[in-house]
Design a protein around this ligand. Structure first.
Ligand SMILES: [Zn+2]
Length: 78
């Protein structure tokens, strides 16, 4: 979790956690999560942990893993 936050810290992201739901969370957004449908959101470490526990298909979005976007555009990079 800490490593993911450090990796993503330099990426553009919203200032505050988006995972607070009806109660606005004012914690800084540290980690980006996504699901297999392409939805993604930034959240504080507490909410990200909660989301991962409660939503089965959610995972931490990490550019280190390559990402589908890079794969989809592989032919245009030649
Ligand atoms: Zn939060």
């Amino acid at each position: 979790m800490r490593a993911a936050a450090a990796t993503q810290a330099s990426r553009p992201h919203p200032e505050h956690c988006q995972l607070g739901g009806l109660t606005d969370c004012t914690e800084p957004a540290e980690i980006k999560i996504a699901d297999s449908w392409g939805d993604s959101a930034w959240g504080c470490s507490a909410h990200v942990e909660e989301a991962i526990l409660n939503v089965r298909s959610v995972f931490i979005a990490s550019e280190e893993l390559g990402g589908l976007d890079a794969y989809l555009h592989r032919s245009s990079q030649k």
